[in-house]
Structures are given as structure tokens and as C-alpha cells.
Ligand binder design. Sequence first.
Ligand SMILES: O=c1nc[nH]c2c1ncn2[C@H]1C[C@H](O)[C@@H](COP(=O)(O)OP(=O)(O)OP(=O)(O)O)O1
Ligand SMILES: [Mg+2]
Length: 199
Amino acid sequence: MTKQIIIATKNKGKSKEFKEFFAKYGIEAISLLELDEEIVDVEETGNSFRENAALKAETIANHLQQMVLADDSGLEVDVLDGKPGIYSARYAGEPTDDEKNIQKLLQELAGVPKEKRGARFVCTLAIAEPGNETIFRTGFCEGKISTQKKGNHGFGYDPVFVPENYNLTMAELPSNEKNKISHRKYAMDELEDWLEQSN
Ligand SMILES: O=c1nc[nH]c2c1ncn2[C@H]1C[C@H](O)[C@@H](COP(=O)(O)OP(=O)(O)OP(=O)(O)O)O1
Ligand SMILES: [Mg+2]
């Protein structure tokens, strides 16, 4: 039987990326959307990516009584003093809606010149297992917010995020390209020591 890891997410975009990352280690990543049992939403009441990643990983690990990885991630925009940050998914209200979030962000940045549109994606991973201390890893991806949406790949804010040293949005990059430079990829790189020792 192939090794499996549960990813405590209901986000299809994240789930697809984790499947691609873990396949390289011969591990099958399984999101909460694929479990037979309906898993309740974990409220993200923390004050940091780390606290929210811990909440998601530890709640689901305790519920399923097995090891679980969670990802809390978001977009920090310089001219908005790091907002939307941990509120990225809920930026334009709930239920969460990527399109509304993008429109709100573009409106907030209307008239802001290119050199002041700096931003970064942040990803904090938490791995929790009942009885063990939770471990954390973080990755970043620097870039800029564009003035209009472009591209159909990826998810979330990808259509308005231009990574450093690129002239394309993240959503214009095929997934294998995004997966070389993304915040999630760099967080996964930080996890490599742990993956090697637990394999
Ligand atoms: O690679 C990315 N490309 C574009 N946008 C991204 C990315 N990574 C995070 N994001 C945005 C999407 C969402 O607005 C927020 C994550 O919020 P976050 O709570 O971590 O995830 P979520 O609620 O979508 O799913 P879940 O909590 O079930 O994992 O940041
Ligand atoms: Mg969430």
C-alpha cells in the first residue's frame, strides 16, 4: 500500500499542489474533501499563520487520531501594511470567494504605482500527530500585485500576483512552474529534513 498523508484542507487548489509535491516522495496526499466522513470546518481564530495552521492540523489530527498536515497561507501587501494576511480567504467576506477577493484588492490598490505594489505570499505548514509536538515550516514568495487579472491556472490571488523576476502572473504559469517558486514549495523544501527522517 502506498504511504498516505492527510492534508487538513478543503481547498482544491492547495490539495492539487500537495498531491504534486508529495508524489515526488511516493506519498499520496489526501484532502478532507476526499474522506468518506464529512469533516466540520475548523474556525481560524488564531492571530498568525502559525496559530491557524496549528488549529487546523491539531483539531483534525485529534479527530482522526492520525498524523495530519495543515497549510495556512495568504497574501501580504506592502502598501496595505501586510493585509489581507491571515484574512486573505475572508477578505471580501464569507462565504469565501476568490473573484470577490481579487476585485476588492484591485480596488484598494487603484492608482498605486507599480513600484509600490510589492507583496508576498506566505505559507506556514503545521504537522500534528496525537501525543507529539506539532512542527512548523514557513515559505515565502515575493512579487507584485498587477493591475488586471491574467491567467487561468492555480487559485486564489494567483491571477493578480506577479512573482519577482517574472513578467507573468502566477496564474499564467503552468503548475510545474508555480511549484518551483511558490511559498508552498519553499515551505515544503524546509520540510525535507523531516520527510527524509520519517520515510
Ligand atoms: O498559492 C496561492 N495562490 C494564490 N492564492 C493563495 C495561495 N495560497 C494561499 N492563497 C490565498 C487563497 C486564500 O484566499 C488564502 C488562504 O486561506 P487559508 O485559510 O489558508 O485556506 P482556505 O481557507 O482556502 O482553505 P483551508 O483553510 O481549508 O486550507 O490565501
Ligand atoms: Mg481557511
